[in-house]
Design a protein around this ligand. Structure first.
Ligand SMILES: NC(=O)c1ccc[n+]([C@@H]2O[C@H](COP(=O)([O-])OP(=O)(O)OC[C@H]3O[C@@H](n4cnc5c(N)ncnc54)[C@H](OP(=O)(O)O)[C@@H]3O)[C@@H](O)[C@H]2O)c1
Length: 387
């Protein structure tokens, strides 16, 4: 049954709440809930914040109770199917039933194939009316929790690889053509602002030492949205990262340098003294083991990892089959065929693009500084919601 315009509005409100708290939900999904009386009055609402434990449904029920509002006969609008199992908290499906909620409208079912549908089954068994949304609102609710959907199925962080490429599929001019150690912008301001949202959606950002030496990036989330700190990670087998780099200089417990087992202990001590965390992982052929890197990030609750790196690291992630989503910004600029290719060992960005599913496109107007309009093409390898 399709939802009324008013019901879609309530679900949209629940989605807004989930989005506003998304920076604090990992490693759980971002979820929002709104409780509405039969006469259309808002009774309670809330979103999940991992550190506060309560799931969105419980936050909304507690808010209604604190305000002395009776939720019996109400409708719960929830962005994700209520859970049916005992985890850090009791099952939300049971709490809704116990509170006397009469109807539950969910934007999307749980992405975990092992429990998907069981929360709804529990509500139905208790005599509650249940609706599952379709269309744009369902799509938006799923996209908000891509990382959780990937994480819960693969049990490793969901990896988004982002790159800005020239018309030849290059990501930077040849090293010899670079006059200074600073980012070489390929896209215009609008596309770069858009790319910041990818940082907000991640708990860790990963780059390679090649990019640090060429660009001296900061790799911060500049959206200004409330969140847990973004962990900035550098793959740096030889611990070559300069102490004077922006990353080291700005470290506040949020910079992690991953070195090889053989790297110098003096370098490690110097980096630690500068406030940088150093971990070592194994590897082969002089390259760090990326599965091990993702495992250690997962153990820290980083379920969404953004790779913003150069050719070597991009290629290594793609060739190892460790990329779940690709976001390509195509710029109308030329870097020449001797530029830095998109990904080592990968024919071209277009070869990767051909393999993407659930592809979305967006265009960004030129700001007049670089090339003409930029185009973003993004998609999945494969879509975690079709798993
Ligand atoms: N347009 C864009 O979107 C974009 C984004 C970022 C960077 N860039 C450009 O990319 C260029 C740098 O590319 P790059 O290839 O030299 O640098 P990179 O991919 O950022 O870093 C490569 C280095 O990472 C280390 N590494 C550690 N583990 C690795 C693994 N498993 N696989 C591969 N590398 C690993 C290696 O150094 P060790 O052997 O010392 O560990 C390797 O040399 C710069 O010109 C930069 O401007 C462009």
């Amino acid at each position: 049954m399709s939802l009324s315009a008013a019901e879609v509005e309530w679900l949209t409100r629940a989605l807004e709440l989930a989005r506003a708290a998304a920076g604090f939900a990992a490693p759980n999904p971002a979820v929002g809930c709104v409780l509405v009386a039969a006469d259309g009055r808002l009774l309670g609402e809330g979103a999940h914040v991992y550190a506060r434990r309560d799931h969105a449904e419980i936050v909304a029920l507690k808010q209604a109770a604190a305000m002395g509002r009776d939720v019996r006969g109400a409708t719960a609008y929830v962005t994700l199917e209520p859970c049916s199992h005992q985890g850090r908290t009791g099952p939300c499906a049971d709490a809704l039933v116990a509170a006397g909620v009469a109807r539950c409208v969910v934007a999307t079912v749980d992405p975990n194939p092992l429990v998907s549908g069981s929360g709804l089954a529990k509500l139905l068994a208790a005599g509650m009316a249940v609706e599952v949304a379709e269309g744009a609102i369902a799509w938006a609710a799923r996209r908000l929790n891509d990382a959780f959907a990937g994480w819960i199925q693969a049990r490793r962080p969901f990896v988004t690889l982002k790159a800005a490429v020239s018309v030849e599929g290059m990501i930077a001019p040849p090293a010899r053509a670079r006059a200074e150690v600073a980012p070489h912008w390929i896209t215009g301001a609008a596309a770069r602002v858009d790319a910041q949202a990818l940082r907000f959606g991640a708990q860790a950002i990963v780059t390679g030492i090649g990019t640090v030496l060429a660009d001296d990036p900061l790799l911060t989330d500049r959206t200004g949205l409330p969140r847990e700190p973004l962990l900035r990670v550098v793959l740096d087998g030889g611990l070559r990262i300069p102490l004077g780099s922006k990353l080291v200089g700005s470290a506040e417990g949020d910079v992690l340098v991953v070195g090889s087992l053989e790297a110098s202990e003096e370098r490690e001590a110097a980096l630690r003294a500068a406030g940088v965390e150093v971990v070592r992982v194994g590897g082969s052929g002089g390259r760090l083991d990326l599965v091990e890197v993702l495992k250690l990030l997962g153990e820290r609750g980083k379920i969404s990892v953004l790779v913003e790196a150069g050719s070597a690291v991009n290629g290594a992630f793609l060739r190892a089959g460790l990329v779940d989503r690709v976001v390509m910004y195509y710029a109308e600029c030329e870097l020449g065929l001797e530029g830095v290719p998109f990904a080592e060992g990968v024919a071209s960005p277009y070869a990767v693009q051909e393999r993407l599913s659930s592809v979305e496109r967006a265009a960004f107007a030129s700001d007049g500084t670089v090339g003409a309009a930029d185009v973003r093409v993004s998609g999945y390898l494969p879509d975690p919601w079709r798993g």
